[in-house]
Design a protein. Structure first.
Lengths: 219, 324, 540
């Protein structure tokens, strides 16, 4: 919890009584927003479950077409980035601006690596024709017998794509954090934005931790 | 008295479970009327009794804001009523889903915008479902394109037709007659014209009808058979005979343009002749007349060669008639 | 300007930019109000076109295609552009911070962003109309919606975008209720309209994401043929219905809960009486919001879902009915030993009680599975949800407008005309929709551009009264706007009805730009008519 200056600092908006109320309000709204995000993905998880139960054999065989190593690598990268994000917040609480910026940059780079690996995975799938819906054209020997494999890839691309979009948005937010921290706008007195974006980033990580086993591991 | 009321609210009761459902309706209806009268009477009585009279001073009003007795009544009475409704609703519903073993099975296919019925002993009808009375009939429903819903008001029964699975409904018709069938799931331009009839016959009559199904029209002249097919095969849903455009071009217009060029929406054109009419019935989506939407289903397999000839002959007669 | 005109949010600051870029919740509320009313009229016009087409069987005025476009746009505009965004957006925005004693909502910038996101989404919907309409019904059932050549994508995209506006408004309101109340304003001292907005916002942030995902999947189905909903590609159209109704049933509560809140304000104030069963009304708001998530299957009783699902959904449906019923009794009993004034807002509230009771009771018919199979997708359903949505929500909305009009604008409308218009709305509404119950019972399916001869008599009644209804609503709204021109000002300190909540007792009419000149101190509860006499300061 932040130890805020009770006098009226520049970041206090006029419609709040004090910094504490402002901080509590932001945090509360952020958690409510996280609930919204969870429900967004929940809808897609339901679609996953329904189609898995409709086409259990196809799901088992189609998941073998995914690259487990790349998926595992991405899992490690994203978990590490969650750690560096937490460290960045810890550093700013201790008023260590330099360490905080370093950790934010590290988080940013991990996110970039994540998207890079995802890019390699996607381009490979595009080349062999493992595409969603009507565009699916892959006819390799390991997939010839599959019943409607395009549905697996539709759900795969929608869920990982939406997750990837969240990573990209997160990168934008982290870039802004790097800039504000470097400029000295965020200090141990006021670092609410970093904490909020941190919560968002952990959610992005958490969703991947569900996506990875569901698509890459369960056989 | 109750019969008169039933007639006021509902179409005829023709299925075995119709009266049960109507009775459920009247149970809810009378309970609702009672609750509604209490609400409206209470509202009018209280608002008038405690109205702010002219010249009356504003005063502190009563602090009464609850009454355990009243509130538990408001809770318990509706609870009892809806419990009865729920159980009744489920009990009647179970009667509607448990199909008797000896039911005749008829396959119903919805397609934009007509119904096809396939009978157990072979034979097909369009937009006319023929069933025997006092014998359970099981309908296996599906759709060839979008969603439809098969609704027979007099039977109090309805079921959606889906393109990827079969749904089932059944009824046991108690009275002979001809009754309406409606499509109740929106299915596009012709949705409101997607009606059909159910014809309930004496079992003996039905047997006779079923054995003659498909052969009765053999001795009709071609153009008369065509005129019959025009309504029987649901051509009239989309094509008029009076020159006005509906979903598709009018037969009259086509007939008047016989031998002339017809322009299609891709810019090509062709001369209207027997072959054009035949292909436009069997492969409607290959040549779409300019100004219309490509929505006609194929009649491949639904019309015999003789029936196709008959429709073409009928179409040709329209022009001669108009010249007289 | 006369000398006693104080600085208020309407006249300060000045200039068009100060409106377009305003962070003031009251101004944002007004922008929602005006755009909402605009769409209300547009949707209403489409309804009248349909009604006149249906005056007689056959295609007399418009073709099937035009009719299908009209009914789709009527539904989509009324629901997604008017009722869902405009009632919380307009009355909620104007009143919520005032009622909790705050200077603004928790996130004013986000609030303005919500409005512009809503406008942006509305642009797509308007593009749909200009570009030839959309003919799938507002429910966008697959596979018709994946095959239709009309503008399904712009319309669903518009709805998707408006969904974000809804979520952000919901987040803002929840944070405001939780964190922005003045000291001493505990949960049980909140006006019930605040409770209602709180319940509404909870549903908005939890249900809308599912709608957003559904709309995205539908668009992807059209672009990429992903095969989730299209049976030709191995998908399932019934799954679409589950997704759609998982949002759209709770959406019904997004639409009706604010109306409950408005009625809970109007009745005690105009009866000068403590509200009956405060805690019950507050908690039932939350429980209705919650149970609303568990009953979506009752929209699918004829879809062929399993017998077990049918029974469960029917059972849970009744659990929404009972708390709603007890609420109606609470509102009526509030008048007991009060001092009831027959003002325009009160007339609307009484009309609400009458109409909403019919709407609610007819829901019981539809919840009984066996009977619903006969009534499903007939005019009975059309009548039922219009009694709830128009007889309930819109009548309450009109009542709310009349109630808070002098507060929001500092002017009073002509009350005689308002009363006559309210009577016209009441009679016109019943005349239009009551015959539709009978139509449905007799088997008339909904979404029909033409119909069988047997239904002509009831349809023509319905059409005749719809004209009266349309004219009455138009007069009611115009009478409100006329008060601007006539400048029948109320005193800035005025409390015309003798309200007890903060917006009446602690700020001027129209309110100060920052809501309160000094932070309000709570002196009494929202409905303490048994403890304090609040004078009515407006005399005709």
């Amino acid at each position: 919890m932040g130890h805020h200056n009770p006098d009226s600092p520049s970041h206090l908006k006029h419609y709040f009584h004090d910094v504490n109320q402002q901080y509590e309000t932001s945090k509360f709204a952020m958690w409510a927003f996280i609930l919204t995000e969870v429900l967004t993905f929940a809808g897609l998880f339901v679609a996953y479950i329904v189609y898995r139960s409709w086409y259990p054999d196809m799901f088992v065989d189609a998941h073998k077409l995914l690259d487990v190593n790349k998926g595992l690598m991405n899992t490690i990268v994203l978990i590490t980035s969650s750690l560096t994000m937490a460290l960045a917040i810890w550093a700013i609480q201790k008023n260590n601006k330099k360490l905080s910026v370093v950790m934010l940059v590290a988080t940013f780079i991990f996110a970039l690596v994540f998207l890079g690996i995802k890019y390699l995975e996607y381009t490979h799938k595009f080349e062999v024709g493992q595409l969603p819906g009507e565009f699916y054209s892959y006819m390799g020997p390991d997939a010839a017998h599959l019943n409607n494999p395009h549905i697996f890839f539709s759900i795969y691309f929608i869920m990982t794509g939406l997750h990837g979009l969240h990573v990209a948005i997160g990168m934008g937010l982290i870039a802004w954090l790097i800039y504000s921290t470097q400029k000295g706008n965020l200090t141990s007195e006021y670092y609410t934005p970093m904490e909020m974006i941190g919560i968002f980033w952990h959610l992005v990580d958490l969703i991947w931790i569900y996506l990875f086993p569901l698509f890459y591991l369960i056989g | 008295m109750l019969d008169r009321l039933t007639e006021f609210f509902f179409p005829k009761q023709v299925s075995t479970f119709a009266s049960d459902i109507d009775n459920l309706y009247f149970f809810i209806f009378y309970s609702s009327v009672a609750l509604f009268v209490i609400v409206v009477f209470g509202m009018i009585y209280l608002s008038i009794k405690y109205r702010h009279r002219k010249g009356e001073e504003l005063k502190l009003t009563s602090s009464k804001d609850h009454s355990n007795l009243l509130e538990s009544m408001f809770f318990i009475i509706p609870l009892i009523l809806v419990s009865i409704t729920f159980v009744w609703g489920i009990r009647s519903y179970l009667k509607m889903v448990i199909v008797p073993d000896d039911a005749i099975e008829i396959k119903v296919t919805g397609q934009s915008w007509f119904w096809t019925f396939d009978y157990p002993d072979g034979g097909t009808t369009l937009n006319e479902l023929v069933v025997p009375s006092n014998k359970p009939v099981k309908l296996v429903l599906s759709s060839k394109d979008v969603l439809h819903s098969f609704f027979i008001p007099v039977m109090r029964s309805k079921m959606d037709c889906l393109p990827n699975r079969y749904n089932v409904m059944w009824f046991d018709a108690t009275k002979e007659g001809v009754y309406d069938i409606f499509c109740t799931e929106y299915c596009g331009t012709g949705h409101s014209q997607m009606g059909a009839k159910v014809i309930v016959m004496q079992p003996a009559q039905y047997e006779e009808w079923a054995s003659e199904l498909g052969s009765e029209d053999d001795d009709l002249p071609l153009d008369e058979l065509g005129a019959k097919l025009y309504t029987k095969k649901a051509c009239n849903t989309c094509h008029t005979l009076d020159g006005s455009a509906l979903v598709g071009p009018s037969y009259l217009q086509t007939s008047q343009m016989w031998g002339q060029e017809r322009v299609f929406d891709d810019g090509t054109s062709t001369v209207i002749d027997d072959n054009y009419i035949r292909s436009s019935i069997l492969e409607p989506m290959t040549q779409i007349v300019a100004g219309y939407q490509g929505v006609m289903p194929t009649y491949q397999g639904l019309l015999s060669d003789r029936e196709l000839d008959a429709l073409i002959a009928f179409l040709k007669t329209l022009n001669e008639d108009s010249q007289i | 300007m006369s000398e006693n005109t104080k600085q208020n949010y309407l006249n300060h600051p000045k200039g068009i930019m100060s409106w377009l870029l305003t962070l003031d919740h009251k101004r944002i509320g007004l922008m929602y109000l005006f755009s909402g009313i605009l769409f209300f009229f547009l949707g209403g016009l489409l309804a009248l076109v349909m009604r006149f087409e249906l005056a007689a069987p056959g295609n007399d005025i418009i073709s099937n295609e035009v009719y299908n476009n009209a009914y789709t746009l009527h539904g989509a505009i009324m629901i997604f552009l008017f009722i869902i965004p405009a009632i919380p957006g307009a009355l909620g925005n104007i009143l919520l911070p005032l009622m909790v004693g705050a200077k603004d909502v928790a996130f004013p910038r986000l609030n303005l962003a919500s409005f512009y996101i809503y406008s942006f989404g509305a642009l797509f919907a308007m593009y749909t109309i200009i570009n030839g309409g959309v003919d799938t019904g507002w429910t966008f059932y697959t596979p018709y919606s994946t095959q239709s050549t009309s503008n399904v994508v712009p319309m669903t995209l518009g709805i998707f975008i408006i969904g974000f506006s809804s979520i952000l408004t919901g987040l803002n309101f929840i944070a405001t209720v939780h964190k922005m109340r003045i000291p001493g304003l505990t949960w049980y001292k909140l006006p019930l309209f605040v409770w209602a907005l709180y319940g509404t916002s909870l549903v908005q942030i939890t249900a809308t994401p599912v709608l957003a995902i559904t709309m995205v999947l539908l668009m992807l189905e059209r672009f990429l043929g992903i095969g989730i909903f299209d049976p030709a590609l191995g998908g399932d159209p019934v799954l679409y219905q589950h997704f759609f109704w998982f949002y759209s049933h709770p959406a019904v509560y997004i639409m009706i809960l604010p109306a409950f809140g408005i009625i809970s304000e109007i009745i005690p104030v105009h009866s000068r009486k403590k509200i009956w069963g405060y805690k019950f009304i507050a908690y039932s708001t939350l429980s209705i919001a919650f149970i609303g998530f568990l009953v979506w299957g009752h929209h699918m009783f004829t879809s062929g879902q399993s017998v077990f699902s049918q029974i469960v959904f029917s059972f849970i449906t009744y659990f929404v009915g009972i708390p709603t019923g007890v609420k109606i009794f609470s509102w009526i009993l509030t008048m007991y030993k009060g001092q009831v004034s027959f003002t325009p807002p009160m007339f609307y509230a009484l009309a609400f009680l009458f109409l909403f009771t019919i709407g609610g009771l007819t829901g019981i018919f539809l919840g009984a599975v066996a009977l619903d199979i006969h009534l499903h997708d007939t005019y009975f359903v059309v009548a039922h949800f219009h009694y709830v949505m128009q007889g309930g929500t819109i009548v309450a909305f009109l009542g709310g407008l009349h109630h808070w009009w002098p507060k929001s604008f500092g002017v009073m409308y002509n009350q005689t005309i308002a009363n006559i218009a309210a009577l016209g709305v009441f009679i016109g509404f019943n005349g239009t929709f009551f015959p539709q119950f009978l139509l449905g019972l007799r088997g008339m399916p909904r979404r029909y551009a033409t119909y069988d001869e047997q239904f002509v008599e009831l349809h023509s009644y319905s059409t005749f009264w719809s004209g009266i209804l349309g004219i009455s609503i138009f007069i009611a709204v115009m009478n409100l706007f006329w008060s601007f021109i006539k400048k029948n000002k109320v005193d800035p300190g005025s409390n015309p009805w003798g309200g007890m909540t903060l917006e009446w007792t602690h700020t001027s009419s129209p309110p100060h730009p920052h809501n309160f000149e000094e932070e309000p101190v709570l002196q009494h509860g929202p409905y303490d008519y048994d403890k304090v006499i609040v004078e009515k300061t407006y005399k005709k």
